[in-house]
Design a protein around this ligand. Structure first.
Ligand code: ADP
Ligand code: ZN
Ligand code: ZN
Length: 724
């Protein structure tokens, strides 16, 4: 019988395709092949071989294999198959996420390296009149490591002279990538500072790579020296030939972290994030796939790459919501990493000053080991946090008098201050005080944010924008004013109050240009007095030793939200922002402005003990029958009308009728219309994850066979991060 194979394509289809394997070709799961598909050709990945195709179907043969080794080795293949089933996303698209774009398109798995040349020290003698060739040969011989072809041309020689020398076997092509003697002995620079007693105590509780699978939750308050612990751990326990993965939320925001790793491990550090170009991605991917002993620092999708010798995983800031992909293949990089550690029989360390309730719950049930590190490293102490009630206080750009005074004192003492504002732009709403008109996005159920710098009104939910007007667009009244405040407004007020101090704004608008975050960090790290004003971006793991004051202009956003995760996220953000203050030798102070200074959550914040608050929130989740006590999944629908969206979900609802599965909805989403799409959702909640998974698999299969009205779409989100 001829041999056969089942193949996955990079398409949103919950099905695979069967092909004949031509004689002489042998294929393995995970291998890339080119196949005829319809009237075109497609790149596929082998999923299974020697399958029993359904009877009466003539199979087409595979064209060829792109390489004779599997692009996705066994463990990566298993990982992605598991993720496809767990997150209910088509296998083909899951598998292809682990390939760099060039390989998805069928390009060869080869690095486009430059030609390198090295003198052989032998070969036929040169004719005496070949002066130029002789000079070139001498020049190349001087460079023991070899020289690049482009450098040869730059030095004034020609390609034909190179070829002449190569034909005479006087020089040979030297591939720098295969120059293993160089790439394997990674230089290890700089001695690490000694760990403090508290750090040593925490580090000693981390299981060694050889001990097999374990998950540890390293709860270390901000500035306690978690990063230093990771560095020591890897330095001491990662063997020379091993690979390690360090997941971080957003690499471009924390170049300092990468720099610290590079100082310890030099060229062994490799980075992976969305700003890499296709060539850089392919190059990094090949190193990982070839088993080079790299320590990869990467964002979420790094968790899916084809490592072959992974011996340790670390997830820094494990609570960060950016680990969950919000569209397409909606996986959690953190959770995939935990499963991966399990597949690799190796340890994973989840670190955070504000652990997610999911991970904390796992620690409380004994699934994860909880390691506590509750003092700051070096000479630093935790900051003092106080609430400032702003009811009936006059505000300037959101800032109260006492807050401005604290900033002045901080600057006078030669330190830096940080102001946290939860909205970018100038003001979240423009309102007419005559007719009450508020400017809304024509495409979404939201209001437009006023951006004064660009004189524009922008929607933060779609790409709509329109020029700002002086007067009310409806009644032409001049009483047309901003309501609420964003970073631009606070920046203006601070500039007016502190004309001699540089104000540094950090938000998505000010950091769009490449390298701008670097120059911002440079200014802050110079230590000169300045005021940082910015959004969530400021809460992300930065180490600003000279910031001693953090002001939160309004803490109340998440207190009364409908999203069940909002209180958790609020506390995490506030503590992370607070954690930027007082990291050096000077003590830090945090002022939190609020209209609800008697709210229990905010009161608890003042003693800064995250786990106490987490205990409280965990109890509420248990009472409310919510994750992490229950498993959750959401079907979302979007269409040209709300009726169509609700209709899709109404047709799904009866299919969810199973013991132990609760459903809520269907209901319109919090922002019911976004970019002219009407959105609704149906929430599933259960104490039986296994049953939920089986049920979802069945439902998704049957939805795939159903035709809905044109433009209508459904999606499934398992373990959703947002429920609004
Ligand atoms: P975290 O990752 O917990 O926020 P970091 O590892 O960034 O903490 O450490 C906070 C600061 O303390 C950094 O400036 C770091 O260089 C310093 N630090 C960490 N450990 C030590 C140590 N053992 N001795 C001296 N300084 C340390
Ligand atoms: Zn008006
Ligand atoms: Zn919009």
């Amino acid at each position: 019988m001829p041999s056969t194979a089942r193949i996955a394509l990079n398409r949103p289809l919950r099905r695979l395709f069967d092909y004949l394997v031509p004689e002489g070709l042998s294929v393995k799961p995970g291998q890339r092949v080119k196949i005829p598909f319809g009237r075109q050709q497609a790149i596929g990945l082998i999923v299974e071989t020697d399958i029993q195709p359904p009877e009466g179907i003539t199979l087409k043969p595979i064209h060829n294999a792109l390489e004779d080794w599997p692009a996705l080795p066994d463990e990566t293949f298993q990982l992605l198959s598991w993720a496809s089933d767990y997150y209910q996303h088509p296998l083909g698209e899951c598998l292809f996420t682990a390939l760099p774009p060039a390989l998805r398109r069928g390009r060869p798995a080869l690095e486009k390296t430059e030609d390198w040349w090295r003198a052989c020290g032998s070969g036929v003698a040169l004719p005496t009149n070949a002066h130029k060739q002789k000079t070139l040969l001498d020049w190349i011989a001087q460079h023991k490591q070899g020289v690049k072809g482009s450098a040869v041309i730059k030095a004034g020689f020609t390609r034909s002279q190179l070829k002449a020398l190569s034909d005479k076997e006087l020089i040979q092509a030297a591939n720098p990538a295969s120059d293993t003697c160089q790439s394997q002995q990674y230089r290890e620079a700089v001695a690490a500072p000694d760990l403090s007693a508290a750090q040593r105590e925490a580090a000693s509780q981390l299981p060694l790579p050889a001990a097999g699978f374990s998950a540890s939750l390293l709860y270390g308050i901000t500035g306690s020296g978690k990063t230093e612990i990771y560095l020591h751990y890897l330095k001491q326990n990662l063997a020379a030939q091993d690979q390690a993965l360090v997941l971080v939320p957003e690499i471009n925001l924390t170049p300092q972290t990468v720099a610290r790793f590079q100082r310890y491990f030099g060229e062994r550090i490799l980075v992976w994030h969305s700003a890499l170009n296709d060539r850089e991605r392919l190059s990094a991917w090949l190193k990982i796939r070839n088993g080079e002993p790299v320590i990869l620092i990467g964002t979420r999708s790094a968790a899916l790459l084809p490592f072959t010798g992974l011996k340790t995983l670390i997830v820094d800031e494990e609570h960060d919501s950016s680990y969950k992909q919000g569209e397409g293949f909606r996986y959690s990089g953190r959770d995939v990493a935990v499963y991966r550690a399990h597949l690799n029989h190796c340890p994973i360390i989840l670190g955070s000053a504000t652990p997610s309730l999911e991970s904390y719950h796992n620690a409380l049930c004994g699934k994860y080991r909880l390691i506590r590190l509750e003092e700051r490293a070096g000479e630093a102490f935790p900051p003092t946090i106080s609430l400032l009630d702003i009811r009936s206080r006059p505000l300037e750009g959101g800032l109260s008098r006492p807050a401005l005074q604290s900033i002045r004192q901080t600057l006078d003492s030669g330190s830096q201050a940080l102001v946290f504002v939860n909205r970018r732009g100038f003001a979240p709403v423009m309102m007419c005080f005559d007719c009450g008109h508020m400017v809304e996005c024509p495409r979404c159920d939201t209001r437009l944010t006023y951006h004064r710098r660009d004189r524009a009104m922008r929607c933060h939910h779609c790409d709509y924008q329109t020029p700002a007007t002086e007067n009310c667009p409806k009644c032409k009244s001049e009483a047309f004013k901003p309501v609420g405040h964003g970073t631009e407004q606070s920046e203006d007020v601070l500039a007016a109050n502190f004309p001699d101090t540089p104000i540094v704004r950090v938000d998505r608008d000010s950091t769009q240009r490449k390298g701008s975050i670097q120059s911002i960090l440079k200014q802050v790290n110079s230590g000169e007095p300045c005021i940082l004003v910015g959004t969530q971006m400021l809460a992300k793991g930065h180490d600003f030793p000279n910031v001693t004051l953090a002001v939160v202009i309004n803490a109340d956003g998440g207190l009364f939200s409908v999203d069940f995760r909002a209180p958790e996220q609020l506390i995490q953000t506030l503590l992370q922002v607070s954690g930027r203050a007082g990291r050096g030798s000077k003590p830090g102070k945090v002022v939190v402005q609020t209209c609800h200074s008697d709210h229990p959550l905010l009161r608890a914040l003042c003693n800064g003990r995250y786990l106490d608050m987490a205990d409280q929130l965990i109890k509420e989740r248990e009472t409310g029958q919510l994750p992490p006590f229950r498993a959750m999944a959401i079907f979302r629908a979007e269409a040209d009308t709300m009726a169509q969206s609700l209709q899709i979900l109404d047709s799904i609802k009866p299919l969810t009728n199973a013991p132990g599965i609760e459903t809520w909805g269907p209901l319109p989403a919090l922002i019911a219309r976004r970019a002219d799409r009407h959105r609704a959702q149906l929430i599933l909640n259960t104490d039986n994850r296994r049953r939920l998974n089986l049920l979802l698999t069945g439902i998704c299969q049957s939805l795939d066979q159903t035709r809905f009205s044109k433009g209508a779409k459904w999606m499934i989100d398992v373990d959703p991060q947002e429920t609004g």
